[in-house]
Design a protein around this ligand. Structure first.
Ligand SMILES: Nc1ncnc2c1ncn2[C@@H]1O[C@H](COP(=O)(O)OP(=O)(O)O)[C@@H](O)[C@H]1O
Ligand SMILES: C[C@@](O)(CCOP(=O)(O)O)CC(=O)O
Ligand SMILES: [Mg+2]
Length: 327
């Protein structure tokens, strides 16, 4: 039996635009998904208690049918099964063990579908745990690559390498198309996260931006301008100037909002953080609902968000220097 974990992330800059080849800077945070893999005779059994707030266990026998023991949205179960299924397929391929059976248990403290990259953390941890259980140790860069193939497959082609690379490597990273690297020397960033308790549909939100971009030149220009913010931002990141980083985060949020991926509750959390003198604040991830990230080393934004209508949870999230690891 092997347990591996991998971190979630926030986007300092660049979500959505990264899908069209612009650079992005996601940062791993100290919130993780843990996956335990045990080799069994055949098939695949999955236990995923986090898939719904009430909690339930899914038994998946590998015969193509899932058997949730309570009534949950079929699409939710299918998506969850899809990530684990494909991750296990990658592990079998990497270990050259096409027939290997697995029992997989998943648990985590990353809110689902909220822009903190729970899907990437799940896939990265699952590939690591399952390959180790088969006696194979993959380099983090190969896990990142295989995890990207999984997200790309499960999300119908609507995925960049950003989430999976960041989760596998940890720290602050830079992703531009297939070019992925860690940003050295960034050890800490004062992130505060506000969560509205909701979720966004990543595939639908990416498709919405794609439509706007095809329809209007100025929407394509907006996506390109996000790329400019990222290039400016990575230079500022090296200087540790939080004031300017925050200004660029604010600008990035404005452009994401123009592209239609913010929401009333995300905007109100962003404004609550700004009113409390955070250096800057923006939505993180696909948007539509879920989380915002603010930059603030004081407790002011944290306290303000606690009393903001629509904000269900608020927490500080340290930059996680570790990527995927065996527990
Ligand atoms: N702890 C978990 N247990 C089971 N499935 C999970 C877990 N964490 C993430 N997932 C899967 O990932 C999906 C969320 O991924 P996504 O929509 O990309 O949002 P995000 O990556 O921003 O959290 C969930 O609906 C589920 O299928
Ligand atoms: C919108 C996008 O840029 C980020 C999605 O992040 P998340 O799954 O919402 O955490 C899509 C992608 O890069 O795969
Ligand atoms: Mg995701």
């Amino acid at each position: 039996m092997v347990t591996s974990s991998a971190p979630g992330k926030v986007y300092l800059f660049g979500e959505h635009a990264v899908v069209y080849g612009e650079p992005a800077v996601p940062c791993a945070i100290e919130r993780r998904v843990h996956v335990t893999a045990t080799e069994i005779d055949e098939g695949l059994r999955i236990h995923a208690n986090d898939l719904q707030l009430d909690g339930f266990t899914v038994e998946y026998s590998g015969d193509g049918e899932s058997h949730p023991d309570v009534d949950v949205a079929e699409s939710l179960v299918e998506a969850g099964m899809g990530y684990v299924n494909e991750a296990v397929a990658q592990a079998r391929d990497a270990a050259d063990a096409p027939e290997a059976g697995f029992e997989i248990s998943v648990e985590g403290d990353i809110p689902l579908g909220a822009g903190l990259g729970s899907s990437a953390a799940l896939v990265v941890a699952a590939i690591d745990a399952a390959t180790r259980e088969l006696g194979v140790e993959l380099p983090a860069s190969e896990i990142a690559d295989r995890a990207y193939q999984v997200e790309h497959e499960v999300q119908d082609g609507q995925a960049s390498r950003a989430d999976t690379f960041c989760s596998a490597m940890g720290g602050a990273v830079r992703v531009e198309g297939d070019d992925c690297r860690r940003l050295d020397g960034i050890d800490t960033l004062p992130f505060v996260i506000g969560y509205d308790g909701g979720a966004g549909d990543t595939g639908a939100l990416v498709a919405g931006v794609r439509n706007l971009r095809d329809k209007y030149d100025f929407a394509a220009d907006t996506v390109a301008a996000i790329g400019d913010i990222v290039r400016e931002g990575e230079a500022v990141l090296e200087t540790g100037d939080y004031e300017r980083l925050g200004e660029l985060m604010d600008f990035n949020h404005g452009l994401l909002s123009a592209l239609g991926v913010s929401s009333r509750s995300l905007d109100s959390m962003v404004w609550a953080a700004r009113d409390a003198d955070a250096h800057g604040a923006k939505l993180t991830g696909a948007g539509g609902g879920g989380c915002i990230v603010a930059l603030d080393e004081t407790d002011d934004a944290l306290t303000a968000l606690k009393y903001t209508p629509g904000c269900e949870d608020v927490f500080r999230a340290e930059l996680d220097i570790d990527g995927v690891r065996q527990e």
